[in-house]
Write a protein that binds this ligand. Structure first.
Ligand code: FRU
Length: 485
C-alpha cells in the first residue's frame, strides 16, 4: 500500500494534462467496469447531485484525481438519458474557493422551474487543519457546469461537532417547503441529522432543529448522507451510520441502513414502524443517494458507492478504485422495501450464454432455487475450487457469502464472510457481474448483496449445487472509458 503525504493527497489539479497518462494507464486495467460508472482516474466514492432535469439524468461522484486515496475531493459529472448509458461530462465542482479549499464534499441537487440547483459541503480547513463545513449552493450554467454562489448558504452550528455535512435537499409538497438534511454528530459523538428549511432554494434558510428518531438516540457516531423520501404514502429514511459495529456486519464500522415509518415535519420526528434494516448486506455498499425529481410517487431511484470508507481495494496499485452501484428502483410493498435494478438494465442483455460453468466478464445470472440447501459459487477455478461462494442454509433461511477463496483478497481484517437472511427463504438470485463488482438481488428485490470482486483470468467459472437452475445473459457495455476532464 502506497503512503501518501497530505500535500500529495490534497494537490490541486491545475490541468487535465496532469492526469492524462494516468487515465491511459488505468484504462488498460482488466478491472475497468463495462456497465457501471467508475472514476476517470483515481478514486470515486459517494454519489452526489443525482437528479432528473430536462430529460437528462445527472450524477456526480466524489472524486480524488490522483490515485486510490481519499484526499482533495471534486464532483465529477456523468450524464445519461436512461440511467444505464453514461457519458463522462468532466469536472462538475472543484475546490476553488476559500470556503471549500480542502474539498467539495458530498451533496445533492434538485430541479425546480428551469434550473438545476446543487447543494454541497464546502470543506474548509485553516492552516492548523481545523475544519469548518459550509453548506454551499450552485446552479447549472449554460455551459452545462454548476456555477457556484459567491457565498455559502450557512455555516456549521457550534452546538454540534465539526461533522456536519452532506446536504440532501428535499421538497415537501404538503408544507410547500424545501428542507435540507445534514448528516451530523452531537458534541457527545452521537450520530444525528440536522434539518434546515426555506421557502426559497437560494436564500432564507433557517435551522429547524434536530431530527428525532425515537429509539435511535445513540446509534453510531456520525450519520453520513441522510435521505428521506415518501414512497406510496410511507416515509423512508436512509443514512450511513459510522464509528460503530452492528450485528451481522463482521468488523465493519461503516454501514448503510434504512427505516420505514412516518415523518412529521412539524415536530421533526421520524417514527419508525419497525427496526432498522440493512440497505444492502454486502461487503461494499455505502453513502447511497436517492435521485430528485423522479416524478413518480410510487418509487425512488437510488445509487450507492461500491466501497467503504477506510477500506482498500485490489486496484489500489493501479492508482484507481471505486465504482457506482447499478441504479435501483425502490418500492414499498406491504410495508417492506423492495429494491430492483432499474428496468433499462435488462436492455443490456446481449444474448444468452451457455450455462456450462464458465462466466463471461460482464453478465447477468438468474439462479432459481427449488428448495433445500444450495450453493452457487462465482469465480471458482476450472476445477471448482476457490471463488466467491454463496451457501444457502434452508433451515435458517440464510445465504452466507464467503470471499476467502478468491486469489485477490482485500479488507481481510474487516471480515470476508457475511450473511444475508431472507424472511421467506431463497427462491431466486438475480446476479450482475461486471469486471470488478458483483450485485445480488434476492427474491425480486427483498434483499441485496453488493461487493467488489477482482477475479484472475483462471477464475471465470462457477459451480452450482442443490435444486438450482441457472440462466446467463452476456451484457453489453454501457459506460465509455473516455478521458473528459
Ligand atoms: C461519505 C463521506 C461524506 C463526505 C464525503 C467526502 O463517504 O465521508 O460524509 O461528504 O465522504 O468525500
Amino acid at each position: 500500500m502506497r503512503e501518501w503525504s497530505r500535500d500529495e493527497r490534497y494537490r490541486v489539479l491545475q490541468s487535465a494534462d496532469e492526469i492524462k497518462d494516468l487515465h491511459e494507464k488505468i484504462s488498460k486495467s482488466v478491472y475497468r467496469q463495462l456497465y457501471h460508472v467508475q472514476p476517470v482516474t483515481g478514486l470515486s466514492s459517494d454519489p452526489n447531485g443525482f437528479t432528473y432535469h430536462k430529460g437528462v439524468w445527472h450524477l456526480f461522484y466524489q472524486w480524488c484525481p490522483w490515485g486510490a486515496v481519499h484526499g482533495l475531493k471534486y464532483w465529477y459529472h456523468v450524464t445519461s438519458e436512461d440511467l444505464v448509458h453514461w457519458k463522462n461530462a468532466g469536472v462538475g465542482l472543484k475546490p476553488d474557493r476559500d470556503y471549500d479549499n480542502k474539498g467539495t464534499h458530498s451533496g445533492s441537487a434538485i430541479s425546480a422551474g428551469d434550473d438545476l440547483y446543487f447543494f454541497y459541503t464546502g470543506n474548509h480547513r485553516d492552516e492548523n487543519w481545523v475544519r469548518t463545513p459550509w453548506t454551499c449552493a450552485a446552479i447549472l450554467g449554460a455551459d452545462g457546469n454548476p456555477e457556484k454562489l459567491p457565498e455559502p448558504l450557512f455555516g456549521p452550528r457550534d452546538d454540534y461537532s465539526e461533522h456536519q455535512r452532506d446536504p440532501k435537499v428535499i421538497y415537501n409538497e404538503e408544507k410547500d417547503m424545501y428542507y435540507i438534511l445534514i448528516g451530523a454528530q452531537t458534541l457527545d459523538k452521537k450520530g444525528t441529522i440536522l434539518i434546515y428549511k426555506s421557502k426559497e432554494l437560494l436564500s432564507g434558510w433557517s435551522f429547524a432543529g434536530q431530527l428525532n428518531v425515537p429509539g435511535y438516540e445513540s446509534f453510531g457516531g456520525m450519520w453520513e448522507c441522510p435521505y428521506i423520501v415518501n414512497i406510496s404514502g410511507k416515509d423512508l429514511l436512509i443514512f450511513s451510520p459510522q464509528y460503530t459495529k452492528l450485528p451481522g456486519r463482521a468488523e465493519s464500522t461503516n454501514h448503510n441502513v434504512y427505516l420505514i415509518g412516518t415523518m412529521d415535519y412539524d415536530t421533526l420526528t421520524f417514527t419508525p414502524d419497525s427496526d432498522y434494516q440493512y440497505l444492502d448486506f454486502g461487503f461494499d455498499f455505502y453513502a447511497a443517494q436517492g435521485a430528485s425529481n423522479v416524478g413518480d410517487p410510487e418509487k425512488a431511484i437510488l445509487i450507492g458507492w461500491i466501497g467503504l470508507p477506510d477500506n482498500h481495494y485490489c486496484t489500489e496499485p493501479e492508482d484507481w478504485e471505486g465504482s457506482m452501484s447499478l441504479p435501483r428502483e425502490l418500492r414499498i410493498v406491504d410495508g417492506k422495501l423492495i429494491q430492483t435494478p432499474v428496468s433499462a438494465v435488462y436492455g443490456l442483455r446481449d444474448g444468452e450464454a451457455p450455462a456450462d460453468g464458465t462466466l463471461p466478464a460482464a453478465c447477468e445470472i438468474e439462479v432459481a432455487f427449488g428448495g433445500g440447501d444450495a450453493d452457487f459459487n462465482l469465480f471458482t477455478k476450472a476445477d471448482g475450487t476457490g471463488g466467491f461462494t454463496m451457501h444457502y442454509d434452508a433451515a435458517k433461511g440464510v445465504c452466507t457469502f464467503d470471499k476467502t477463496g478468491m486469489t485477490n483478497r482485500c479488507n481481510e481484517h474487516v471480515g470476508e464472510v457475511l450473511d444475508m437472511p431472507l424472511a421467506n427463504g431463497l427462491k431466486k438470485l438475480d446476479i450482475f457481474v461486471d469486471r470488478s463488482s458483483v450485485e445480488y438481488f434476492a427474491n425480486d428485490g427483498e434483499a441485496t448483496f453488493t461487493a467488489h470482486s477482482y477475479p484472475t483470468a483462471e477464475e471465470f467459472h462457477y459451480t452450482a449445487c442443490g435444486d438450482v437452475q441457472v440462466k446467463i445473459w452476456k451484457l453489453k457495455a454501457s459506460v465509455k472509458d473516455d478521458f473528459v476532464v
